[in-house]
Design a protein around this ligand. Structure first.
Ligand SMILES: [Zn+2]
Length: 335
């Protein structure tokens, strides 16, 4: 394992590549949206900084220091992350595990490396960290991860090298899925496209039982809608949404993505690059059977967008969903 084992993130890897063989700075902040792979890349950086014979690609992967790191027992590595169930890292932990620890010399490596999940630091915790960052001992490197540097004190950001991680391409996410799951190619393609550049989301959803089930049930209902009468929409249709209230935003996204694909199919049936490739036949079928037009699909899609907005501003669940279902049913029905 080394930096080149990380798929994508060419810009970040290029900036980090100079760290290992030259003299690194005292603090680095890896930033990017949740699920982008900050912790994974940050661990590679820490490992490279602690390896006994690093290259520009980071850790060698086979020296004894690398083996200690992989086993989780490198004595010069400290990780400060959220304890499960907690929303912030305790200030006492910042003081005891960093403040009181930094002046103890490294035992094996040339330096000590601290990996800190800065999303877990509140202002008090950040202030405790700042004291050390202001006058760091020479042989210490901090690697912070944070979704948004705006959440960090300016005085912390100004003392660190900030490295932005960018969304992955569809192709990169496909490679990540292939490396980490046993998905069929068609399924992997769906998650790669659904995740919109965020590999962590693709992996999380691909490995979760509930999402696959939700997607199948939602699309089954969606394709049945045009066959329903008004009463059935308001009973059978609505009851599905009512029973899955906790996942309502995901359900609406799943429907939006089917509508997006139907729009593409209407415009260029053969070459359309679909999110729901596995549902192509069903979509083509409903388009042809009910002579759907892009205008009608657009109105159905707007109804779903409108419902998502209405629900996030606390409108009545039942009336919002029923209104949306009636609109979609009307637009998808044979005119
Ligand atoms: Zn090594």
């Amino acid at each position: 394992m080394a930096l080149s084992s990380v798929i994508g993130q060419i810009y970040a890897r290029k900036r980090l590549g100079t760290l290992f063989t030259g003299g690194p700075g005292h603090a680095y902040v890896l930033t990017g949206p949740s699920g982008i792979g900050k912790t994974m890349l940050a661990k590679e950086v820490c490992k490279g900084l602690l390896c006994s014979q690093p290259t520009e690609d980071g850790a060698c992967g086979h020296c004894s220091f690398c083996l200690y790191f992989d086993e989780g027992c490198h004595p010069d590595f400290r990780e400060l992350a959220l304890a499960s169930g907690e929303k912030t890292i305790r200030v006492a932990d910042v003081r005891s595990r960093i403040g009181a620890d930094v002046n103890i010399l490294p035992q094996l490596a040339r330096r000590k490396v601290y990996l800190i999940d800065a999303d877990g630091l509140n202002e008090e915790g950040q202030n405790a960290l700042l004291k050390t960052l202001e006058e760091p001992p020479p042989s210490v490197v901090f690697v912070l991860t944070v979704a948004d540097t705006g959440k960090l004190l300016k005085t912390i950001v100004s003392r660190a090298v900030v490295i932005h991680m960018s969304p992955n391409s569809e192709h990169e996410i496909l490679s990540i899925l292939q490396k980490n799951t046993h998905l069929e190619e068609e399924d992997a393609l769906f998650f790669a496209r659904y995740a919109n550049g965020i590999p962590g989301l693709a992996l999380e959803l691909a490995q979760s039982q509930w999402f696959s089930g939700l997607r199948e049930e939602t699309s089954d209902l969606f394709f049945l809608l045009p066959t329903y009468g008004k009463a059935e929409v308001l009973t059978t249709g609505y009851s599905y949404f009512d029973a899955n209230k906790d996942h309502i935003q995901q359900i609406l996204v799943i429907m939006q993505l089917i509508l997006r694909d139907m729009m593409l199919l209407i415009r260029s049936q053969e070459n359309a690059s679909l999110l729901n490739e596995d549902k192509r036949d069903k979509m083509v079928n409903i388009i042809l059977k009910n002579t759907l037009t892009s205008e009608r699909i657009e109105r159905a899609s707007k109804a779903a967008t409108h419902a998502a907005q209405a629900l996030s501003s606390n409108c009545s669940f039942e009336s919002t969903i029923c209104q949306m279902l009636l609109t979609i049913q009307k637009e998808l029905k044979d005119a």
